[in-house]
Design a protein around this ligand. Structure first.
Ligand code: FES
Length: 166
């Protein structure tokens, strides 16, 4: 019972309590195992949606490691995010082949259409917009990814149709 209360100082609301409780269960599974930080962070991001500083502090305290170690890992890997992410992630490839065949136009189009800059999330929480460096579809550039699916030979018009389906 006492242990379950350990996250309360980090939480803002009831919903947070539940998520921190789930994260604590994950930490309990890994506690004492060397090199478990990345797995714990992955699970925490999946449960909480992102990794705000308070959550990183909680993880550092529970794993009894310095906060700087946690923040270092979170900032090093691009798949960790400290701000809330959208329901879907759009990645426009700006590798060489995609860049020269219109990737930059797709980026400009998305900035206008979504109303967010690179790295941003739309106000409705639907899309997070990022850049990728080659997603393995150079022959049919320009390519983008939405979540885990690659879309090739994209144009702004095709993009509009695609986004309307989400
Ligand atoms: S450069 Fe875009 S898929 Fe390779």
């Amino acid at each position: 019972m006492k242990k379950k209360m350990s996250y309360e100082k980090y939480c803002k609301c009831e919903d947070d309590h539940q998520k921190y409780g789930e994260i604590l269960n994950v930490i309990d599974l890994y506690r004492g195992r060397e090199g478990c930080l990345i797995q714990v962070l992955h699970a925490a991001q999946k449960i909480y949606g992102h990794l705000p500083l308070e959550l990183q502090k909680f993880i550092a305290d529970e794993l009894k490691i310095p906060l700087s170690e946690v923040t270092g890992v979170v900032s090093f890997y691009s798949f960790f995010s400290v701000t809330p992410r959208g329901e879907h992630t759009i990645r426009v490839c700006l590798g060489t082949a995609c860049y020269v065949r219109g990737g930059k136009k797709l980026v400009e189009h998305l900035i206008k259409t979504l109303g967010v800059d690179i790295g941003g999330t739309t106000d409705d929480g639907k899309f997070t917009f990022e850049i990728a460096r080659c997603i393995g579809a150079c022959g049919l550039a320009p390519a983008i990814m939405i979540d885990d699916v690659v879309y090739k030979q994209m144009t702004p018009a095709k993009l509009n149709t695609l986004l309307a389906g989400f």
